[in-house]
Design a binder for this molecule. Structure first.
Ligand code: CTP
Length: 408
């Protein structure tokens, strides 16, 4: 592995990777890999056993990843329950080198150090790369322990044969950096079907100012857009959420706060290059006040007040004209009343969309402000799919299930 060039598989680009290092001489090689993963766009956080820190310093990993390193379950400076935090955060775990002792702990389900405890607290798949002396590797107790760990779903990257630190030659060398990355990609493919994809979502109703304290807006809560962003992030996508609303943050989402349609257009223009999928769930105000009063409008100014409105930009239409837009799968939303189907199909054409998700806004038990939604998805080419009433989060997942095979 030393300083060999590696190429990062697309499936793991942008994923959050927990790197667990246990105490073998090969630990030093992981600094290079952590650096390569970080430079290629992964977020990497390291936890290392006490034995590992005899081979490589935490400062090295902190330096190459830019993130704090966990060295102890009980370190006074660390957050409470550091293993739970790392286990929650990581979308993939790479345990390398995995020593005979650590493999034995994993086989038994122990959690008496930061490495073994994080494996137990993890929510994502585990890739494990053993490295040890050839005689240790050959022992039945090591192989039995490894078989137990493998049977529970860990992906094991077998060590290679060659020169060992002990001076012997045999099986036990840590697998190459490229094999470790390829195994991470395989684990990602099995679990994150949007891994390697960039998804841009818009959410909420735009706010068009009248004066410094008032605006025109609509009833959109932003919940559907947040659900779409969260579902995409959990399926491994890199997500940019351009939003007027503010709901609790979700790991893996880059949130860009905006107010007006003009600001939303600008933020989406910045976010769109390189995207695979654009989901325009925002309720954009079609009109905005033609003039924004510099000072607060006061009651005594006039008995009557007429607001002159002018047309806002059509964000989807504008984004469709940007260079490279033709390779992005574009999804619009249509909030409709009567003639839902005809109106939705007309918008699909006019806005040159690949799909449109149509909601019936006359229903109060779904749509605006609700945690539930029900929709009909119309796809370019004539296919249409009804999604019966379900939570917005479930609807987001059903939508991705539907669109995933069609992405370019
Ligand atoms: N949309 C947009 N820019 C606008 C208005 C709407 O990008 N200025 C997007 C919405 O985010 C949504 C889709 O277009 O994904 C449909 O929105 P809708 O308001 O129904 O479309 P309009 O073109 O405004 O149609 P209508 O004539 O019914 O108002």
């Amino acid at each position: 592995m030393p300083l060999e060039p590696v190429s990062l598989p697309g499936e793991i680009r942008g994923l959050r990777i927990g790197l667990l290092v246990s105490g073998g001489i090969a630990a030093y090689k992981l600094a290079d890999l952590a650096s390569a993963m970080t430079q290629a766009g992964c977020a990497v956080r390291v936890a290392m056993s006490a034995a590992a820190s005899r081979f490589i310093g935490a400062a090295t990993f902190r330096g190459v990843t830019g993130n704090p390193v966990l060295v102890d379950l009980w370190a006074p400076s660390s957050e409470p329950e550091p293993h739970v935090q790392l286990g929650d955060w990581a979308q993939l775990l790479l345990l390398a080198p995995a020593t005979a002792n650590t493999i034995a702990k994993l086989a038994e389900g122990r959690a008496d150090d930061i490495v073994s405890a994080t494996v137990l607290a993890a929510r994502g798949p585990l890739v494990l790369a053993p490295a040890m002396n050839d005689a240790m590797w050959a022992k039945p107790q090591v192989q039995e322990n490894l078989a137990r760990v493998r049977a529970r779903g860990a992906l094991v990257v077998e060590p290679e044969a060659g020169h060992l630190a002990s001076g012997h030659t045999g099986a036990g060398r840590l697998a190459s950096g490229q094999r470790l990355l390829d195994a991470l990609a395989e684990a990602a493919r099995g679990r994150y079907d949007l891994a390697g994809r960039a998804v841009v979502v818009s959410a909420g109703g735009t706010r068009e100012p009248i004066d410094p304290v008032r605006f025109i807006s609509n009833y959109s809560s932003g919940k559907m857009g947040y659900a779409l962003a969260a579902a995409a992030a959990e399926r491994g996508a890199r997500v940019t959420l351009v939003t007027t609303a503010s709901h609790p943050a979700h790991p893996g989402i880059t949130e860009v706060g905006v107010e007006t349609a003009a600001e939303m257009l600008e933020a989406l223009r910045q976010a769109q290059p390189g995207a695979d999928l654009l989901v325009m769930a925002a309720a954009v105000a079609d009109y905005r006040p033609a003039r924004v009063a510099a000072e607060k409008i006061r009651r005594e100014q006039a008995a009557e007040l007429a607001l002159e409105l002018e047309r806002n930009v059509d964000i989807l239409a504008e984004l469709g004209r940007e260079p490279g837009a033709e390779r992005i799968f574009r999804v619009g939303f249509a909030a409709e009343g009567a003639e839902l189907e005809a109106k939705a199909l007309e918008k699909l054409e006019r806005k040159r969309l690949d799909a449109i998700v149509a909601n019936d806004v006359r229903r109060r038990d779904i749509a605006f402000g609700s945690d539930y939604n029900e929709a009909v998805v119309y796809l370019r080419g004539g296919e249409q799919v009804e999604l019966a009433r379900m939570t917005k989060r479930e609807l987001a997942d059903r939508l991705y299930d539907l669109l995933l095979p069609k992405l370019r």
